[in-house]
Design a protein around this ligand. Structure first.
Ligand SMILES: Cc1cc2nc3c(=O)[nH]c(=O)nc-3n(C[C@H](O)[C@H](O)[C@H](O)COP(=O)(O)OP(=O)(O)OC[C@H]3O[C@@H](n4cnc5c(N)ncnc54)[C@H](O)[C@@H]3O)c2cc1C
Length: 422
């Protein structure tokens, strides 16, 4: 449904329908709250295809050479994520005054969180795991957000949990979802948020919507810009982090594989360097080979094994006055990548891989632009009353876990506080 002018007054207006926005919408609408989501992307059915990905993907430059990938669509970036589900760092949040224990318990009951069962792990992932373990690395299964009970060996994309399912649940409870609505700023009076200004599609006209609680869940790179446009200037004053990553890929003669749930295993070399199984299922492998300029490898998909090296770099960089993100990677960051790549190379070679090549450097997720206890309080409220932030921007930098599960928990935590405060 598209709205240009919204006369109604909402209990809550949520900006963005990604992991956090969708979860909050579900929780509040379940309690009969009148909720509006303004979502920049479209609401087309999600499909894993080149055209489908091209339509929703959006990149933001974060270093001179790197862009961070995100998705503009109902359900946000979960429309193209891998569904690896690291558990939230409960102690880190407790130290910040936020207890997610109860939320995690609920999320564990609600979502299909489990390691991939042995029978569903492809030969490529097994080969890699055997090699890593043989060399003494602590190569372990990771949790994933995958409904394995519905898996039929073809539907890798469909069985991943996506935030869109929460939006659909909220819609059935009365949520209003406006697509192609790009929010520019928060309307506030006397340091109290009262509404949102947005435009529809490519039109320049702006529209307004009013509500009691305003929640920014537009993602870690969009939310700080909305806050700055709204007069909160100090966000991103410490920079952000991007977890620079590189893939290493080789071909094992004679290997013949079923497909894989990419990311389902891995090992930490130390606090700063992580190696992750990068055995994509066929569609993502093909996309990767096209982008790496290796289209001829597509035909020999079943022989390929791969590892992603992800490193922790210090928080830094800036959001310029003109709204551009920028950070420099240091020699130390490159050294960590090299250490990881050396180990990845050993593991691939030990597995029998030949013709090994390195992908380009990628951003492993630009996060942590906003600080809890500085830009938002422990209720995730900003310096403006009734204006909250809940998305990847508030993830602390000390533990670089895959964020989705933590974000679902944070969104449930905020929803509990909001419901109690109406
Ligand atoms: C290729 C890839 C693989 C990944 N794999 C994993 C993984 O395996 N495990 C994991 O945990 N994480 C993974 N991630 C990261 C994860 O998907 C994101 O960190 C997470 O979805 C962020 O949630 P969010 O709510 O902060 O933002 P998003 O999910 O990005 O949602 C933000 C929403 O806000 C909308 N929006 C943006 N700007 C505006 C605006 N101005 N007005 C209105 N709406 C706006 C966007 O369209 C979007 O729908 C991956 C990411 C990528 C790109």
């Amino acid at each position: 449904m598209k709205y240009s002018n919204i006369e109604e007054h909402f209990d809550a207006i949520i900006v963005g329908s990604g992991t956090c926005g969708a979860t909050i919408a579900k929780e509040l609408s379940k309690q009969n709250k009148k909720v509006l989501i303004l979502e920049r992307g479209d609401n087309s059915p999600l499909k894993e295809s080149l055209l489908g990905y091209a339509k929703i993907s959006n990149e933001v430059r974060v270093t001179d050479k790197l862009k961070d990938l995100r998705a503009f669509t109902t359900g946000g970036t979960t429309a193209m994520y891998l569904a690896v589900a690291d558990l939230p760092p409960i102690e880190t949040f407790k130290n910040l005054g936020i207890d997610l224990t109860e939320d995690l318990e609920q999320v564990r009951k609600e979502l299909p969180i489990a390691e991939i069962s042995d029978g569903l792990i492809g030969a490529q992932a097994k080969k890699l795991s055997e090699s890593a373990i043989q060399l003494g690395y602590d190569w372990k299964k990771k949790l994933m957000l995958v409904d394995q009970s519905k898996f039929n060996h073809n539907n890798y994309y469909e069985v991943k949990w996506k935030a869109k399912t929460y939006v659909e649940e909220a819609l059935s409870n009365g949520l209003k979802l406006v697509n192609q609505a790009t929010v520019s700023k928060v309307i506030h009076e006397n340091k109290k948020a009262i509404g949102i200004e947005y435009s529809i599609g490519k039109k320049k006209n702006t529209f307004k919507a009013y509500g009691e609680k305003i929640i920014l869940a537009a993602g870690s790179l969009a939310t700080p810009i909305i806050l700055r446009n709204s007069g909160i200037k100090n966000v991103v004053n410490h920079g952000f982090y991007i977890n620079p990553s590189i893939g290493l890929i080789g071909s094992v003669p004679g290997l013949s594989s079923a497909e894989n749930f990419c990311g389902c295993m891995g090992a930490k070399l130390d606090d700063d360097i992580e190696l992750i199984d990068a055995n994509f299922h066929r569609f993502l492998f093909n996309v990767g080979m096209l982008f790496s300029g290796k289209p001829l490898r597509i035909a020999s998909y079943p022989k390929h094994i791969a590892i992603t090296v992800k490193v922790k770099e210090p928080v830094g960089g800036e959001l310029t006055e003109k709204g551009k993100y920028h950070k420099e990677l240091t020699e130390d960051d490159h050294q960590k990548l090299k250490r990881g790549l050396d180990v990845a190379d050993k593991i691939l070679k030990n597995a029998g891989a030949k013709k090994i090549f390195k992908t380009g450097l990628i951003s492993g997720g630009a996060l942590g632009t906003i600080k809890i206890k500085e830009h938002v309080n422990t209720n995730l409220q900003t310096e403006y009353d009734n204006l909250f932030v809940c998305d990847g921007s508030i993830l602390p930098d000390n533990e670089r876990i895959t964020p989705t599960l933590t974000l679902v928990c944070l969104a449930k935590y905020l929803s509990r506080h909001l419901i109690a405060s109406f």
